[in-house]
Design a protein around this ligand. Structure first.
Ligand SMILES: O=C(O)CCC(=O)C(=O)O
Length: 271
């Protein structure tokens, strides 16, 4: 039974370019501590004394703005515990067959509600993560675990994946900050082979403590949060032993990968 489940998850990930795990895997008490940690970060309080990396959102910014804070796990112990949770590493191993899984970058994400009649500015535009990850050699095995801390529904602006788009190659036509999804759809579809790929969107609906995984070439986006609560999550970017930074560089997004206190190995041994 165990093996059958494993192979189903892996087959789905390989065929679709994403995998949505059906049940919560992070204990509720850890989720609650991570939420407290997230609020501390948003208030500029750093438990470890270390600030996050330069970020799109900074303490004092408008609470209506999409909140993206880089490397939150280095500032707060509960967040580090959450992103290091072995259940995430086990599923990452299951879907990739990797011998080693390392967290190499993390983003705290908060999508605030958009009140009725206000202009929507918190969409995440269609993009492939790989377009922002040029520090890694081509073919590197890189993917993301997206952990929900709150109820993530279509109404609260769930992430949407384009089924099978990891097989389209790197199109370099995405934009994380774009707000007009329809204009993006036209531009991206035109860029696919003969403009002919099928556009099939799948919502990643997640209960608190649940996780989705997506391949670095899978197109994804999200719409407005029309619920009354902030949509909270962490995007945990991971690599396997089949990854290398260009020229072995340790800068930008690969700056910390030799520091396992910042970038924990969450499955297997360092290779
Ligand atoms: O949180 C979102 O809506 C998008 C996040 C994202 O682009 C990612 O985790 O790679």
């Amino acid at each position: 039974m165990q093996n059958e489940q494993h192979s189903t998850a892996r087959r789905q990930y390989e065929a679709d370019g994403f995998y949505i795990h059906p049940k919560p895997i992070i204990p509720d008490e850890l989720i609650q501590r991570a939420i407290t940690g997230m609020d501390a970060l948003r208030a500029g309080e750093y438990e470890t004394g270390v600030p996050p990396q330069p970020s799109y959102w900074n303490p004092g910014d408008s609470p209506q703005k999409f909140c993206k804070i880089e490397m939150p796990q280095i500032t707060n112990r509960a967040i580090m515990e959450l992103v290091s949770h072995p259940a995430i590493g086990n599923i990452a191993h299951e879907i990739t067959g990797a011998r080693m899984v390392q967290v190499w970058w993390v983003q705290l994400l908060g999508k605030p509600p958009t009140p009725p009649n206000e202009v929507i500015q918190t969409n995440v535009g269609w993009h492939q993560d790989r377009q922002y990850w040029k520090i890694w050699e081509e073919g590197s095995e890189l993917f993301t675990a997206w952990v929900a801390l709150t109820d993530v529904t279509a109404k609260s602006g769930a992430m949407r994946f384009l089924r099978g788009s990891h097989k389209w190659g790197l199109l370099d036509k995405g934009d994380f900050y774009a707000q007009d999804h329809e204009a993006q759809r036209v531009r991206i579809t035109e860029a696919t082979a003969n403009g002919g790929e099928t556009w099939q969107e799948v919502d990643a609906i997640l209960a608190p403590g649940s996780v989705s995984f997506h391949h670095n070439l899978t197109f994804h986006a999200s719409g407005p949060n029309l619920s009354s609560e902030m949509r909270r999550s962490f995007a945990i970017h991971m690599r396997t032993e089949k990854s290398r930074s260009v020229n072995g560089q340790r800068k930008g997004l690969s700056a910390f990968i030799n520091d396992f206190t910042y970038c924990p190995v969450i499955y297997g041994e360092v290779v």
